[in-house]
Design a protein around this ligand. Structure first.
Ligand code: R2B
Ligand code: URA
Length: 309
């Protein structure tokens, strides 16, 4: 397909990941504490220099599953009788698996968790001199006017007030970072949705919140000070503004990858339609199958890219 052709052309002008921190040059080693790795203790270039894709998702189990799916799909072999190792197991924070040029990492829940991980993974890419990696978040979300099981590729990540910025408080001041996602990557992913897929794959805006309950207009948390009418007015306003889903990491993911000049995409499945309710009531087997849908799409992308090399 033509886009991979173009992409390869693009990669003729390759560049390694840069960090925007001159202080790192002055440190004799950099401890990536939450990954249980370090530039002094590990040969990061030898371990990770070949990475091309970094895939992040909420839970360790899902990312392990994804790593095994990839192994199958790209025919990546490990010695018979052995299993993939969780590279960050001694951190007891995140889980990380490497399948050839793909890193699969759990990011936990919420922007602080994915933010810490991104700082360390971006530095890992820098120390390992990785060339033009592509980052994916594969996750779950609440749909806005879309049935459970729908796959959404985010074209923009915005906060609960629809602002396309991540707001950080640094030294007591508010700093805004734009949450930009790669347009071309979104359409490349969309083109890999198959007519036979028994679910829709759409592109749309994603609201990212700091809370699952009140922050997402749910009335089933421990606290709720708004009425059903106020909730529906807000959710309808989101729909009117092109929002297709709500989750909790895309804003930090988009803003920090963009700040590092890294191409990134967010692909989430919906677990319910928030215009119809708050509780996630589907059976576990249904939810498990739905959660594999973003994995399948990203897997198709990686497979296609690798087959063109
Ligand atoms: C989706 O699901 C989690 C909350 O249940 C959160 O990490 C998110 O973004
Ligand atoms: N994750 C969220 O953040 N919200 C939902 O409604 C479902 C999954």
């Amino acid at each position: 397909m033509s886009f991979f052709q173009e992409e390869n052309d693009e990669y003729e002008d390759v560049s390694t990941v840069m960090v925007r921190n001159s202080h790192l040059d002055l440190m004799d080693q950099d401890i990536l504490y939450h990954l249980a790795l370090g530039s002094g203790s590990h040969d990061l270039r030898a371990m990770f220099g070949d990475v091309k894709f970094v895939c992040m998702g909420g839970t360790p189990k899902r990312m392990e599953q994804f790593a095994y799916r990839l192994m199958e799909e790209i025919s990546y072999k490990i010695p018979t009788g052995t299993t993939l190792q969780d590279i960050s197991r001694y951190s007891y924070r995140y889980s990380m698996y490497k399948v050839g040029p793909v890193l699969c990492i759990s990011h936990g829940m919420g922007m602080p968790s994915v933010g810490i991980l991104l700082h360390e993974i971006i530095k890992l890419m820098f120390h390992a001199k990785v060339v033009d990696p592509v980052f994916f978040r594969i996750g779950t979300s609440g749909g806005i006017g879309l049935e459970g099981g729908t796959v959404i590729i985010s074209d923009e990540a915005v906060d609960g007030t629809l602002q396309p910025f991540l707001e950080l408080q640094i030294l007591g001041k508010t700093v805004k970072r734009s949450s930009v996602l790669d347009k071309k990557l979104q359409w490349e992913l969309k083109s890999l949705a198959e007519p036979d897929d028994p679910y829709p794959t759409v592109i749309g805006k994603t609201v990212c919140t700091s809370d699952f309950y009140e922050g997402q207009g749910r009335m089933d948390g421990a606290f709720c000070d708004f009425t059903e009418e106020e909730k529906m007015e807000y959710l309808e306003k989101l729909k009117f503004n092109g929002v297709r889903n709500i989750e909790m990491e895309s804003l930090a993911f988009a803003a920090l990858t963009h700040h590092a000049g890294i191409k990134a995409a967010v692909v989430c499945v919906t677990l319910l339609d928030r215009l119809k309710g708050d509780q996630i009531h589907y059976p576990k087997e249904v939810l498990d199958e739905w959660q594999q849908r973003p994995q399948k799409l990203v897997c198709r992308y990686i497979k296609k890219y690798l087959s063109k090399r």
